[in-house]
Design a protein around this ligand. Structure first.
Ligand code: ZN
Length: 593
């Protein structure tokens, strides 16, 4: 038997395999155009059209045209373009996820090419690849397409005639969203020729965001409600502790914003809605209440709200109410006078006073005791506080922003939270979605954290392996953005120099378990269940273990099995015909665990 070292696949070999181009397209390999077409089913009796498990609609191109013309008339060309670009981006990212989920074993070239094919199937445009080349592990990407007979151009030309600007906005968004989700990094397409300007066909070129020379030129279309100037301002703005040089980097608006400690990053519709709300409320003094699960970015939103408000020049003071013992919370919030209690050897200001003129962020507000809630209510109503042990009232001009990860209404009903305080706080509620409901944002966040931790630890990391991208895009992230951030930080530390981050660098604590809808096929691999009505893979009888597996398997086989089992070591071991301990030992010996 060859030594494990000999079996281990060299990095150069993996990279050679991971670099793929349009020359490798195999028209007969899954998913073919026919496979994609078969995923589409019409169910006229109950008024449904399905693309696998996603409901679709069939509507007139001219209906889209009217909606689009109306948007341009109502919002102006820039806003309408931005909106359509983002809607297209979300659709592209979703299609990439659908392809990955439905054909998990397809060759990366065909999986990538499925994006343009789905556009063709949808009757939107007829893409023709001129050339594309990508390497997921190294993060390199270049694509060049002819875009024939775009429906968006037809509608644009019908409504506005020929012009000087390209018009395939939603399709630029779609192509960028598909490629970004596929690559696990932010890819931006540009339309360098367009039929709406009189060209014979449209031509789309895609590159990683940071490789475009003048990134603000089109990236602002991907950011909700922000002009290019606005993005530049927010990069240079007073938000606390941006990573050194982040604003000066040619990494592009969104990408560079992500490397700052405090930049909000996202493109999904739910994220955009929340972002839009803070932009609306920021100029006012209104109290804001953020709700959402832990790790969803409530403090980051609160910081951004402060940074774009007229109070930006004054302090932002954060208090985690759950972290301060009940006996001390009053002194923390309102300050103490010397001698007020044992240990109060000098007078000091509380958080309210320290936030004077600025913003006070009260996180985990529901954990305040009933007593402390009463004190806080008084401060909010009267805009005056009294230090503990003091007799003097101090006027405070503070905007209060609160956050909760529990349902405050339910707390009120249960008698644990004062109703009057709830109504004081619930002036402008903003709900932040869990990360699994904004998966479109994962590629942007992955790249931003990769860059941040690469800089922080002085490591050059090559990017992510395809299976790491796949794992991150499928994972449920119970810990939300914070968990993703932790995983990437861990990956940056674990991966070797110039080595792409792989699943074994990311998931070491058994985070991933086999999701429902997977079942082992006859070859020992787990197979994604098809949409309702499609074939279901069955469990092979015990003993029918594939001959290639087990003792003779190499590092790659182990990794494949781990991937197929969603990094559940026990399940991977079963599929290889090994015990869990045997597989764990082999993985360790090969430096894979
Ligand atoms: Zn066009």
């Amino acid at each position: 038997m060859p030594s494990p070292a000999a079996k281990r696949v060299s990095l150069a070999e993996l990279q050679r395999r991971s670099s793929r181009s349009s020359r490798d397209i195999d028209e007969g390999a899954t998913p073919t155009l026919r496979d994609l077409a078969e995923a589409l089913s019409f169910s006229p009796d109950d008024g449904r059209i399905w693309l696998n498990d996603q409901r679709m609609v069939l509507w007139r191109s001219s209906t889209f045209g009217s909606l689009r013309a109306e948007l341009i008339a109502r919002l102006g060309q820039e806003q309408a373009r931005s909106l359509l670009t983002r809607v297209g981006y979300a659709a592209g990212a979703r299609d990439a996820e659908l392809v990955r989920r439905t054909w998990p074993d397809s060759d990366p070239v065909n999986a990538f090419h499925a994006g343009p094919q789905m556009h063709k199937l949808g009757g939107i445009v007829r893409p023709e690849a001129i050339a594309f080349e990508f390497d997921i592990a190294r993060g390199s990407f270049h694509a060049d397409f002819w875009w024939h007979d775009s429906s968006e151009d037809d509608e644009h030309i019908a409504a506005f005639g020929l012009g000087t600007e390209p018009a395939c906005w939603m399709q630029i968004g779609y192509a960028s969203g598909y490629a970004s989700a596929f690559m696990g990094k932010f890819i931006v397409y540009r339309e360098i020729e367009c039929r709406a300007t009189g060209a014979r066909a449209c031509r789309l070129v895609g590159r990683p965001a940071e490789e475009w020379e003048d990134p603000e030129l089109d990236q602002h279309y991907f950011a909700p409600g922000l002009s290019a100037a606005g993005i530049r301002r927010s990069l240079a703005g007073p938000a606390p502790a941006p990573a050194a040089g982040a604003a000066a980097k040619p990494g592009g608006a969104l990408a560079a914003a992500g490397s700052g400690q405090s930049a909000l990053l996202g493109i999904s519709s739910s994220f955009s809605a929340a972002r839009h709300l803070i932009e609306r409320v920021a100029p006012t003094p209104a109290t804001v209440l953020f709700s959402g699960p832990s790790g969803a970015g409530k403090e980051l939103f609160a910081q951004t709200l402060h940074a774009i408000s007229p109070r930006a020049g004054a302090p932002f003071i954060a208090v985690n109410c759950a972290a301060i013992p009940d006996t001390l919370i009053e002194a923390e919030l309102f300050g103490v006078e010397r001698g007020a209690f044992t240990g109060a050897s000098s007078s000091r200001a509380g958080r309210f006073e320290r936030a004077q003129g600025g913003t006070l962020f009260l996180d985990e507000i529901a954990s305040l005791s009933f007593f402390a809630q009463g004190k806080l209510l008084r401060a909010l109503q009267e805009r005056r506080i009294e230090r503990v042990g003091g007799s003097r009232e101090i006027a405070v001009d503070v905007r209060v922003v609160a956050a909760t990860n529990v349902d405050l209404r339910a707390e009120v009903r249960a008698g644990r939270f004062r109703e009057d305080l709830f109504f004081r706080l619930n002036v402008f509620p903003i709900a932040l979605p869990p990360l699994k409901e904004r998966r479109d944002d994962i590629p942007l966040l992955m790249e931003a954290f990769l860059r941040r931790y690469g800089e922080q630890y002085g490591r050059r990391v090559a990017g992510f392996t395809p299976r790491a991208v796949q794992a991150l895009l499928q994972y449920d992230f119970p810990g939300n953005v914070r968990e993703l951030q932790n995983l990437i930080e861990r990956g940056v530390i674990m991966a070797g120099p110039d080595e792409p981050i792989d699943v074994v660098h990311l998931f070491r604590g058994g985070e991933i378990e086999a999701p429902q809808g997977l079942s082992p096929g006859p070859d020992g691999r787990l197979t994604e269940l098809r949409a309702p009505g499609a074939g279901v893979a069955t469990t092979p009888p015990a003993g029918e273990v594939p001959a290639r597996a087990g003792a003779s398997a190499g590092a790659e086989d182990y990794l494949d099995a781990l991937l197929a089992a969603r990094y559940n070591v026990a399940a991977a071991a079963r599929s290889l015909g090994l015990s869990r301990a045997q597989l764990a030992y082999r993985l360790k010996r090969q430096g894979l665990l």
